[in-house]
Design a protein around this ligand. Structure first.
Ligand SMILES: O=P(O)(O)O[C@@H]1[C@@H](OP(=O)(O)O)[C@H](OP(=O)(O)O)[C@H](O)[C@H](OP(=O)(O)O)[C@H]1OP(=O)(O)O
Ligand SMILES: Nc1ncnc2c1ncn2[C@@H]1O[C@H](COP(=O)(O)OP(=O)(O)OP(=O)(O)O)[C@@H](O)[C@H]1O
Length: 544
């Protein structure tokens, strides 16, 4: 069975594709056949979703039409795919750097192909009535082909392909980071009653408390995106160490393109402090050397008379160390620290975090203000106006700590800021909504860092290649590691912490344009997070 394509290549049989990854909105399949057009590619298929309400579509058109073109093209076809492509090319690529965005090729799998593909892979999806069923799609779904970024392209400096190269290099390891929002929004449209919480802790740390309450995580993470994006070497490394300890859905590891099970280090919210203190202050001292990180982890593992929780931690650490054996030449116990250093070096040399942060900061307003604006533009009834949002968000306030005390001046500035936002001329209001969507994409995308150790003849070859184009850049400490030449999407780096050369690639995935209607969900989630955080604080206060 072959798929109908807009391009010259064929997707071949559905059985040659297997589910590689899945999020809320997409399935991602990897290819196991031999067609040169498809080897090293993934097929990303959009999950079916209920059609949007007409008033939402009208607002989408009004907001995006002037920038991305209209949804309905002049020839009557639906140009949603073109608009999505234009969204990435025109709005995201200039902010994030086009070199980090994998090329996507629109394909049109036939309905029969899709049905078979989803059936063979046992794909499940949520039905509108809340039930979960095996996906039985009734209409073709949007799909793209793109490089499998958990592998390196065949043209790496060592001449290696995606898997283990003949005697020249170690296995390909990909670390996927979903860093989430890296700053605290202190704008005046945040209700004064919510500022105490929102201005003092990252949204990620607050969301951990809701996830814990709902049971979707067993323990709060010490990871704090504000550390990752801080621009401070020590905090960056502490954030990466925290992600490796408690990956949740923020870190994944692929070995030879295969997703690996990463154990979570058990940890309680009490252990991290009320509502989670920043990882940089809890886990590893700021500016800690990688050896310190590794030492601290080793000490934790070697403590006498281990409690069950400590045994779990040691087990989690051992599993990770074992996965890293081919990537890092360090002895057991030192690989996690070396990985932290290697990832930090790649992130620093590529400069992707400041750019991502800039994209996340495109919208000057918090969701509280944007929600009001959305409601007024979408013609949503007055019941969704400020009174409703704020009372929801302030629920449980009696139990809260006194950090939420609002002054008259705060209240005045809040009202004025909201009035100003709601009085914007239409074209500026639309621009605010566009900036909100761009920021939302940047807060939810993933950074894929793919690495392969170069050994034997491959390392000198990489050095020679670097010398050939003369591009030698030092990392921000001015000494090591060094970032050498770039071959297309591939870079080459020497890590002094690992004592080895690496071919690497950094790609940004999941750059989807979020629907404006999601603003309502974001607002509800915002309110739920605040309620959970207040409950947690109140309980913590009572305990004390
Ligand atoms: O709202 P958040 O922060 O919970 O983010 C959602 C993510 O949850 P997280 O908190 O990272 O576990 C959520 O992640 P999971 O699929 O749950 O791993 C999705 O990324 C969701 O985006 P979309 O619906 O697929 O477009 C994300 O929704 P958007 O906020 O990007 O709309
Ligand atoms: N180009 C790619 N190469 C390899 N793996 C990929 C690629 N794109 C996505 N994946 C894998 O598939 C997973 C799901 O893909 P993606 O993030 O695009 O789905 P999503 O539904 O948009 O996710 P979310 O729910 O986080 O918004 C990713 O987390 C990643 O592990």
């Amino acid at each position: 069975m072959s798929a109908r394509l807009a391009t010259s290549c064929d997707l071949e049989r559905p059985e040659l594709w297997s589910l590689k990854g899945e999020g809320n909105a997409n399935w991602v399949f990897s290819y196991a056949g031999t067609s040169p057009n498809l080897v090293g590619k993934v097929l990303r298929v959009r999950k079916p979703k209920p059609p949007p309400e007409p008033e939402h579509l009208a607002l989408e058109d009004a907001v995006w039409g002037p920038v991305l073109g209209n949804r309905a093209a002049a020839d009557g076809s639906d140009s949603a795919a073109d608009r999505e492509r234009a969204y990435v090319q025109l709005l995201l690529a200039p902010l994030l750097g086009p070199q980090h965005i994998p090329l996507q090729q629109q394909v049109y799998p036939s309905l029969k192909f899709l049905q078979r593909l989803l059936h063979c892979s046992g794909c499940l999806w949520s039905l509108p009535d809340g039930k979960v069923g095996v996906a039985g799609v009734a209409a073709p779904l949007p799909a793209v082909l793109m490089p499998d970024v958990t592998l390196l392209p065949a043209s790496s400096p060592s001449g290696t392909s995606g898997s283990v190269a003949e005697g020249a290099a170690g296995p390909v390891v990909c670390i996927e980071l979903k860093p989430k929002c890296g700053f605290i929004n202190t704008c005046s449209t945040v209700h004064p009653a919510n500022r105490g919480l929102k201005h003092s802790r990252s949204r990620y740390q607050l969301h951990q408390l809701l996830k814990l309450e709902e049971g979707s995580i067993d323990a709060c993470s010490t990871y704090d995106p504000c550390d990752l994006f801080s621009g401070e070497p020590g905090r960056l490394r502490a954030a990466l160490a925290a992600l490796l300890e408690q990956p949740q859905n923020n870190l994944r590891l692929f070995l030879g393109g295969q997703s690996q099970q990463l154990p979570q280090r058990p940890q309680t919210c009490a252990e991290t402090g009320a509502a989670g203190e920043p990882a940089g202050e809890q886990q590893v001292p700021q500016h800690a050397a990688p050896q310190q990180v590794a030492q601290q982890q080793e000490q934790q593992q070697n403590r006498p008379q281990q409690q069950p929780q400590e045994r779990e931690q040691a087990r989690a650490g051992a599993a990770l160390e074992a996965l890293l054996v081919g990537l890092l030449p360090q002895p057991y116990g030192q690989r996690r620290g070396a990985l932290v250093e290697l990832l930090a070096a790649v992130l620093e040399v590529e400069g992707v975090l400041p750019r991502l942060l800039q994209a996340q900061q495109q919208c000057p307003y918090d969701v509280e203000g944007v929600y009001q604006l959305y409601c007024s533009l979408a013609g949503v009834t007055g019941t969704l106006s400020s009174a409703s949002t704020c009372s929801t968000a302030a629920e449980g306030l009696d139990d809260a700590s006194d950090t939420d005390a609002a002054t008259d001046a705060d209240a005045g500035s809040h009202v004025a800021a909201l009035q100003q936002l709601l009085a914007l001329p239409l074209h500026k209001a639309y621009a605010v909504l566009r900036s909100y969507v761009v920021a939302a994409t940047a807060k939810d995308c993933a950074i894929m860092i793919t690495l392969q150790r170069l050994t034997g003849a491959a390392a000198p070859a990489a050095t020679a290649a670097a010398g050939a184009d003369g591009s030698l850049h030092s990392s921000n400490d001015g000494t090591s590691p060094q970032h050498l030449s770039r071959h297309g999407p591939l870079g080459c780096i020497y890590s002094s912490a690992a004592g080895a050369w690496y071919a690497y690639q950094l790609a940004l995935v999941d750059l989807d344009q979020k629907a404006l209607a999601k603003i309502v969900k974001h607002s509800e989630l915002d309110a739920a997070i605040l309620v959970a955080a207040r409950r947690h604080l109140a309980a913590h206060h009572d305990d004390g």
